[in-house]
Ligand binder design. Sequence first.
Ligand code: M6R
Length: 609
Amino acid sequence: MCGIVGYVGEQQALDVVLGGLRRLEYRGYDSAGVAILDAGSALRVERKAGKLSNLEKEIADLSLRGTLGIGHTRWATHGPPTDRNAHPHVDCAGKVAVVHNGTIENFEVLVRGLEQRGHHRTSDTDTEVVAHLVEERYDGDLAATVRSICKDLEGSFVLVVAHQDEPDLVVAARRNLPLVIGLGEGENFVGSDVTAFIAHTREARAVDQDQVVELRRGGVVVTDLDGQAVEGETYHVDWDTAAAEKGGHEFFMLKEIEEQPAAVRETLGGRMQEDGLLHLDELSMSDEDVRDIEQVIIVACGSSYHSGLVGKYAIERWCRLPVQVEMASEFRYRDPVVGRNTLVIAVSQSGETADTLEAVRHARSQRAKVLAVTNTVGSTISRESDAALYTRGGPEVAVASTKAVMTQITAMYLVGLYLAQVRGTRDADEVRAHLADLHEIPDLVQEVLDRMGPVRKLARELRDEERVLFLGRHVGYPMALEGALKLKELAYIGAEGFPAGEIKHGPIALVEEGTPVVVLAPRHALQAKLVNNVQEVRARGARTIVIATDGDESITPYADTIIRIPDTKSLLTPLLTIVPMQVLSAEIALARGLDIDQPRNLAKSVTVE
Ligand code: M6R
């Protein structure tokens, strides 16, 4: 949560910083602010509550010139989302500006000391202490000052600091939260992720735990907290600028829904050998390691958890291995039974989710092998895991996950098939056949997208509903959960997903005359049971909206509205059923006049526990 940018170079820093913040706004949009510095001039700080557009309006007529800048977009933790609490925060003299992502857990102790020593706070934030500490300790070496302060801070943070006396230096520091360096020619950048600077450079370097970055126009130095220089690997970012722009769409989410066929192609691309079987060197596991696996535990949060649930069905079916799926926030606190023959799969689009990261750390401390399934190269989870399988979905900017889920599910199928191939639980021909089915998915997803007219009409009819239920069986169950989550987070409608067989054990009490119930009913061995469940809710007055396979008429008599999807193997149906639910939720939210890219109270990357 919170997006941060730092820049020093030859361009006007305001343009660079605002451009970066626009791309990082998905991380939080409670307030935004910038600090700009030009050699020989005073540090200028502007900040405003609300979305970045508020700040842009506020500063439109100001001349904020300077070639060094830092910026912030906030997801509030300490103090309400007001102008006063917006970052950057400054010291008493207004010479130091600090932006911060994270929480400083010992800030109250630090505040008391600062107040006793005569400093005056002007915000309710934990961040401001850092500005005052820099003011106290700065003796001409800003990087050394920041290193000494970091030693006194508890909690998680990324800090970016500018000082009026250092017009060619931005100092950044990181503990637990993401920070990436962008390496340019005569200019350098730091950001919460690479989208902060891909308009300017695609050469990036990740910053490790407890490291401090000195960013100058002519170069970058990274040290540990004792000031020892540390080496790091640079990498090239394939994502292009267009991928992080709206590309003619009114909302990122609508663009990202449309990108799903291409995203799945990317996930599958280049992972098959000439003999039609999988090669996943990324797993960094010998065949013997794979054969030694005794159990799989999948850890994830939110939509990624739903992708993990689909993975469970696939891995259990194909590999005959026991699979547990655990919400990452619960995992380490229940003392799970994990050992050296456990494969833990951490599913995370951002690769930065704090709960998932802590689950990874816990699993590794128990000697489990950890595989990250993530979209973000160089993310903390990918670097702290034993191996990473990248989903290659390209940047996902909208807060609500769409193509990220689609590509995660695809990646889970790949993992399942690979384990089955190596362990010999499925023969080569069967693995090839499943892969062939998977390779048809992008075209089928496109077909579903091309049929969304009736779903948009349905959305207008459902605009004023207060409650919607989602039912599914088998792999339809995780997708019922995902459909409900999409509707909750985008349209603020009370939505719940259930296994269809479970509804009569309580939830059916929610059904009354006209309650919309979305039933995921692609052709499946459990179809007859699902037909019974639809009849049960319909008999109690539900308005049934059924997602069914082309040509399957078994459920038609019980559907008030029917949404058709093309046929595929039942295990793969989540990749098709998910699409109408994404479109339905987005269109209902739009019909209610809501911002589907930035739903209230949310941030895309949840980097606090
Ligand atoms: O980056 P991650 O995949 O770890 O994020 C996990 C969840 O916060 C995320 O899936 C969230 O639930 C979705 N954005 C909701 O659409």
